[in-house]
Write a protein that binds this ligand. Structure first.
Ligand code: F6R
Length: 606
């Protein structure tokens, strides 16, 4: 939800800001803008549309020449995407960029209107800019302190003040911000990839800390102006990892990175052939203490939790409840200190998941975060954290993050099942071995790319389609359906196969595509009779199953045969064709695969 950057150094600031924003476009891409000091004046350029529009505007209407400034790429919350609503906001004295939502902006606006301020945009951010101007008396730190005391909601703010033409100020509450440091230059950014072209060294800014970039250096203060020394972090991936590397889209690159992502996530957590999560404090003693497990997350991460539920319940016999974070936080959940709440998040910044974490801690439950982004808010706030090592995920549609999230659930389920004596050591080692071999299995499935492309060509003109499955296949279908919806814009629903005849089957008409997932052998016959039901109503059936199962060709139109592993592990290979089908359908429709309409990668607002 919006990306912000700031730069102070010797380079062409406008270029640095644009290049850095390009790495943050996944956070929002409906408009963009920069404010750069030129001859000690704040010069602003902003534009509706992609970053490219802003770049063209700057090239056509005049580049801003300077070495200090701030920039923004937007995902609209208040006010439609337009030039006026684009950031930066402010006036000749102050200019700001903002990521987050100011909840009490109406109240502040009324107050400022009484003081004679006028407003031109519909954004909440403009009120912060004007409030900053109101309190600014020549001392930026004082003005920031006053503003922070008054605004409610989530924010990361980048600010410049006319009287300080060589400085960028920034502060954050619930939206992320990192401070990059290079040789004679310093940066602020919403995420690490923005700075990687220039430096791998950065500080994590905490809530209500203020950073001042000046003279090529970064100084960090608490809100009262006391200087803080912080531990320098080093990015554990390089620019290459955050670039397309020859693939036409990040999504395809990330689908293909899955074998390696699983390897780097799973391998370090195996000791003597057994899962070992003690690194994060999850010892067998601690694990067996929990009476209930809750998994709370959003979107794809929540779908990973659904796989986790089936696997943990099946193997370890511990009840698992999966919740959408935006529901969990408002449903007054019953939690106690014998419960474990697992928060799953690629970005580690998702506002609803973060709040669910806060609530869980408040109610005394232990919290475990399964997170991809190092040092993110959720990772820092949870009692325990297991990092997935997928590397940066740039495509808005999540693929490799899902894969590594479910691989962590397998580790957890195996360890818990063994600790609770539901499976013996031999069985635990056998399952773990299959998990370790999974990168090869996924690689095999990736060879089916052409077949998935062909199937996608049969879907491009569909208006609706259904995904069906039972048990783990149902959990997986939900992810397949979401993937297709978000990037192809084709409406689809995922249904428990056995539930179809309770209403939904009335939707099935001649030629309607139905993607049926049937990898759970004990449920195979049942699922197949549901497939026959849709076929006899005219459906075009795409059937995903084990490669050694021969489905009746009169019933299924296309079969994707998967290499066999234990049924419980089948979601890992089986999700791959669903991702590829969604990807190619989007490509064939000519959509912007990596930046689907209306979406943003990191949802830092409620
Ligand atoms: C879908 C997708 C989203 C995210 C969701 C949670 O492809 O990417 O549904 O999974 O917004 O995001 P994180 O995992 O960052 O909390």
């Amino acid at each position: 939800m919006c990306g912000i950057v700031g730069y102070v150094g010797k380079r062409d600031c406008t270029k640095v800001l644009l290049d850095s924003l390009a790495k943050l476009e996944y956070r929002g891409y409906d408009s963009a803008g920069v404010a750069v000091f030129e001859n000690s004046e704040i010069k602003v350029s902003k534009s509706k549309g992609r970053l490219l529009e802003l770049k063209n505007k700057l090239e056509n209407e005049g580049w801003i020449d300077g070495c200090c400034g701030i920039g923004h790429t937007r995902w609209a919350t208040h006010g439609e995407p337009s030039d006026i609503n684009s950031h930066p906001h402010g006036n000749r004295r102050v200019s700001i960029v903002h990521n987050g939502i100011i909840e009490n902006y109406q109240k502040i606006k009324k107050f400022l209107e009484k003081k004679g301020y006028t407003f031109e945009s519909q954004t909440d951010t403009e009120t912060v800019a004007k409030l900053l101007d109101y309190y600014y008396d020549g001392d930026p730190m004082y003005a920031i302190r006053r503003v922070v005391a008054e605004i409610e909601g989530s924010y990361a703010l980048g600010m410049v003040f006319k009287e300080f033409p060589n400085a960028v100020y920034a502060v954050r509450k619930d939206s992320p911000l990192i401070v990059g440091v290079g040789k004679d230059e310093a940066f602020v950014a919403s995420d690490v990839p923005a700075i990687l072209e220039y430096t791998k060294d950065y500080y994590l800014l905490e809530r209500d800390e203020v950073v001042v970039l000046k003279n090529g250096k970064a100084e960090i203060f608490d809100i009262h102006g006391m200087k803080i020394e912080k531990e320098l972090q080093t990015a554990d991936f390089d620019l290459e990892a955050a670039e397309k590397g020859g693939y036409p889209h990040f999504m395809l690159k990330e689908i293909n990175e899955q074998p390696n992502a699983v390897k780097t996530t799973v391998t370090p957590r195996i000791t003597d052939g057994m899962p070992d999560l003690s690194e994060c404090g999850l010892t067998p003693e601690r694990l067996t203490r929990y009476k209930n497990i809750f998994v709370v997350a959003c979107g794809t991460a929540m779908h990973a939790g659904l796989v986790g539920k089936y696997v943990i319940e099946q193997l370890a016999r511990v009840p698992v409840t999966v919740d959408v974070a935006s529901e969990f936080r408002y449903r007054d959940p019953i939690l106690c200190d014998e419960d474990l709440v697992i928060l799953v998040s690629q970005s580690g910044e998702t506002a609803d998941t973060r709040e669910a974490l806060r609530l869980s801690k408040e109610r005394g439950a232990d919290t475990l975060a399964i997170v991809n982004v190092k040092g993110s808010s959720i990772a820092r706030a949870a009692d325990m954290v297991i990092y997935t090592h997928a590397g940066p995920e740039i495509s808005v549609a999540s693929t490799k993050a899902y894969m590594v999230q479910i691989s962590v659930f397998y580790l957890l389920a195996f360890e818990l099942a063994y600790a609770k004596e539901k499976i013996d050591r031999e069985e635990c080692m056998r399952l773990t071995k299959q998990l370790l071999r999974m990168p090869d299995t996924i690689n095999e499935v990736l060879q089916k790319s052409e077949q998935c492309k062909y199937i996608a060509s049969k879907l491009v003109n569909a208006g609706n389609l259904l995904y069906i499955g039972r048990g783990l296949d149902y959990a997986l279908s939900m992810e397949g359906s979401l993937k297709l919806k978000e990037i192809s814009y084709i409406h689809s629903e995922s249904y428990a196969a056995g539930e179809l005849k309770h209403g939904t089957i009335s939707l099935v008409t001649d030629g309607m595509p139905v993607i049926a997932v049937a990898t759970q052998r004990k449920l195979y016959e049942k699922t197949f009779s549901n497939v026959e039901e849709v076929k006899s109503r005219g459906a075009m059936v795409i059937f995903v199953t084990h490669e050694n199962i021969k489905a009746d060709s009169k019933t299924v139109d296309y079969v994707i045969g998967l290499p066999s592993v234990d049924d419980i592990l089948m979601p890992m290979p089986a999700v791959v064709p669903l991702q590829l089908i969604a990807y190619y359908t989007s490509v064939l429709k000519g959509n912007d695969v990596d930046k689907p309409r209306n979406l943003a990668k990191s949802v830092t607002v409620e």
